[in-house]
Ligand binder design. Sequence first.
Ligand SMILES: [Zn+2]
Length: 286
Amino acid sequence: MAVRGFQVARAKPQVMAIAVAVLVVVIAAVASALAAPGGHHTGSARGSVLPGGVPGTGPSAKPTRGTHRAAPPPGVTVGSDNGPSVPATIQHAAEAPGKAVNITIDDGPDPHWTPLILKVLRQHHVHATFCMIGPQAEAHPELVRQVVAEGHRLCDHTVHHDTAMDHKPVAYQKDEIMDALEMIKQASGGARVYYYRAPGGAFTPASRAFAAAHGMRPLGWNIDSKDFDRPGVSVILATVKHEIHNGPTVLFHDGGGNRSQTVTALGQSLTWLKQQGYAFSFPKVG
Ligand SMILES: [Zn+2]
């Protein structure tokens, strides 16, 4: 844009930084003012999670990492703070070479079940990926922070867990992803959200590309433990055993109802996987 008009080569770095900062603030203010009238859904949803931010009044007073500025232009601020863009194809592979499994835990955080799942993972020295629903992250930020502090990774699992979102407008899909990203990031204190998993696998090319552009790798699964249906601990374990040849990424749940079977079956699955010589990894991001 007009940056070329500055005598950038001769200016001192500090002066340049201030000049660029002022320019960015002015552009952001103009952009948010222009975007406001059409952004009902996005604006209201985000407004509920911003820490007292009032559109048009400049950066939030909260001294965090600058992630949550007031009234960011849709699709710009948080995504640009969530890491570089990544491939948009659905990932299943593990980062670790050789025989490795990615444990993924969906639909939380939940104030009762997530701590029990974390305890099992801790006891087995296993790190997992938690695919969180935005409002639940917002309601239980201490759990989100604990998940991150204990070495696990975060995954965006949308706002409303709408398994039919792939049949809805792209703008709706983007809001589901972006609003949840903001809620999870804010709850975590700014930790990176590495992945995006569509509820029920309801990905679309547009939603995958959007998530990937905001630093989140679309994340699939190879083994559905079917723990969500509560078939019994032995059945969940048997499903993991029978389907382990499908690939490395295993799906469990810490939300959506009574997860007592999951807690027990996860522990037994981890024990069995270790006996089979599996290591534990995260899905590849890049
Ligand atoms: Zn889910």
